[in-house]
Design a protein around this ligand. Structure first.
Ligand SMILES: Nc1ncnc2c1ncn2[C@@H]1O[C@H](COP(=O)(O)OP(=O)(O)OP(=O)(O)O)[C@@H](O)[C@H]1O
Ligand SMILES: [Mg+2]
Length: 474
């Protein structure tokens, strides 16, 4: 305990007797002491060595105590070293001025060893607490950084999967499209050689338009009806001498065609031409539906990338005017593959919820952690409710699940760092701690937990506006 109050002290005084008196007294108390005889020397020494306290005389030639103090307070690395100014009793005003400039305390001359001991002890204690605080903050920043990575890591596996499915599907469709277009070109050449009439050409144009429309809005008939129709169509097509009828029949069924629609074509085209027309129509429809599929799959990819951009708020300032619903929705998109069909998410959003001033991507980390926890908690099929509302000058977001709940004894610990009930490798126990820090420290909000079996709710309350000190955090 005694050791905790000992430190490395720099004594700055141009008067040799004062320096030596102070040094002796300090050494007797067990401190280690260095001496500087002017302001410049003092500044050089604090930059070169580490000190726990500086005892600083005010009146010195050239660089005086005020100047040393000013320079130390302006320097990020020196700012936190406590300075105790040494002042003559008749110059209390200068001491007060130094304290206003950031000095920790003052020591009147002539020196009283008891007072010296008390003042030093207080300063050293404060310094130690401040050092601890700095170390704690550093550690926390590191943890937060890790958690940022962990959250992204958690999401990236799911996201890769979510992106890969439409990408693979689009690629398959593009492959098929290449083959079908080549076949269609060939059929078109054959059609061209038939010497069709103007009316027949007109019909082809109409058929092309129908194929395009139906591909965009496929008939919504049950799969049983569809395979039933396809069977009938296949038999009819075979009778008409259409090659590979088995391939074209399902296409016409897809298109919503029945035998009657094809029979109608017999009125317009010669029997010997009909098979070519039919194959042409089938291929035309296939091309349009493949294009439709590609558009849909790439659309899904675009939607995901958009959600990812909203989620991370990449390339945007950290503090945003945030639409909470947008953040929640993009988080849900990001977690989609984890939720799958197992979890139903019910969104009970209050319409016209005001935007809030917030650290946008940090908030999304909070939603991710809460929804992720809820998903882990629910066994088998379950439900998560995401609810929003305005209460006075706050926006409130609830994340509720119907999982087994958190035992009362444990409830007080869930926000502690490293508290987890998950097997190693599955949970770091940081999610809620980080979420708590983001909500409470960065936003001046609150996060509260209520839990019973079948109903666990985390309630996050965020002020509409950030306070000045919270804005200064980034
Ligand atoms: N909705 C919930 N239902 C039941 N238990 C929960 C719920 N949310 C959190 N918990 C409990 O709180 C613990 C701590 O949660 P926290 O999010 O901090 O860490 P974790 O989920 O275990 O790990 P990490 O989030 O770092 O991957 C969890 O291990 C779990 O026991
Ligand atoms: Mg968690």
């Amino acid at each position: 305990m005694a050791n905790e109050q000992l430190g490395h002290v720099l004594v700055v005084d141009d008067n040799l007797v004062n320096r030596l008196t102070l040094a002796r007294s300090l050494e007797q108390q067990g401190h280690s002491v260095s001496l500087a005889e002017n302001g410049q020397q003092a500044l050089d020494m604090v930059r070169a060595m580490s000190f726990d306290v500086v005892l600083l005389d005010i009146l010195m030639p050239e660089i005086d105590g005020f100047e040393v103090l000013t320079r130390m307070k302006a320097d990020q690395d020196l700012r936190d070293i406590p300075v105790i100014v040494i002042s003559a009793l008749d110059d209390i005003e200068s001491a007060v001025r130094c304290i206003e400039m950031g000095a920790e305390d003052y020591l009147p001359k002539p020196f009283d060893p008891v007072l010296l001991r008390a003042r030093l002890r207080a300063s050293l204690q404060k310094k130690r607490l401040r050092d601890l605080e700095v170390a704690y903050l550093r550690q926390e920043v590191m943890l937060r950084q890790n958690e940022k990575l962990a959250t992204l890591g958690k999401l990236s596996a799911g996201l890769a999967h979510e992106l890969n499915n439409p990408a693979a599907a689009a690629e398959r469709s593009a492959d098929q499209l290449r083959t079908t277009v080549a076949q269609l070109q060939e059929t078109q050449l054959r059609l061209g050689a038939l010497g069709l009439s103007g009316a027949q050409h007109e019909t082809l144009t109409q058929l092309d338009r129908t194929a395009q429309q139906r591909a965009a809005h496929p008939a919504d008939i049950g799969s049983i009806t569809q395979s039933d129709r396809a069977d009938k169509l296949e038999r009819w097509l075979e009778e008409q001498g259409v090659a590979e009828a088995w391939e074209h029949a399902p296409t016409f069924a897809d298109m919503g065609y029945e035998i009657g629609d094809l029979v109608a074509l017999q009125q317009i085209f010669f029997t010997q031409h009909l098979p070519i027309v039919i194959v042409w129509l089938s291929q035309t429809y296939t091309v349009y539906s493949l294009l439709e599929e590609i558009a849909q799959e790439t659309g899904r990819m675009t939607e995901l990338v958009k959600a990812l951009k909203t989620y991370t708020y990449l390339d945007r300032a950290p503090i945003q005017s945030v639409d909470v619903h947008e953040g929640l929705d993009s988080t849900l998109v990001m977690l989609r593959s984890k939720l799958k069909d197992r979890i139903t998410v019910r969104r009970e959003y209050t319409p016209n919820l005001p935007r809030i001033e917030a650290y946008a991507s940090e908030l999304n980390q909070v939603w991710t952690n809460l929804i992720d926890n809820a998903t882990d908690a629910v066994e088998g099929k379950g439900e998560i409710i995401v609810r929003t509302r305005q209460e006075g000058e706050c926006v409130v977001v609830d994340v509720e699940d119907n999982g087994p709940g958190i035992p009362e004894l444990v409830q007080a610990q869930v926000f502690d760092p490293f508290f987890t009930t998950k097997p190693p490798g599955e949970g770091s126990g940081l999610g809620l701690n980080i979420s708590h820090n983001i909500i409470v420290q960065k936003h001046g909000g609150t996060i509260a937990l209520t839990s019973q079996p079948g109903k666990t709710r985390f309630e996050v309350r965020l002020p509409l506006k950030l306070a000045t000190e919270e804005r200064a955090l980034d």
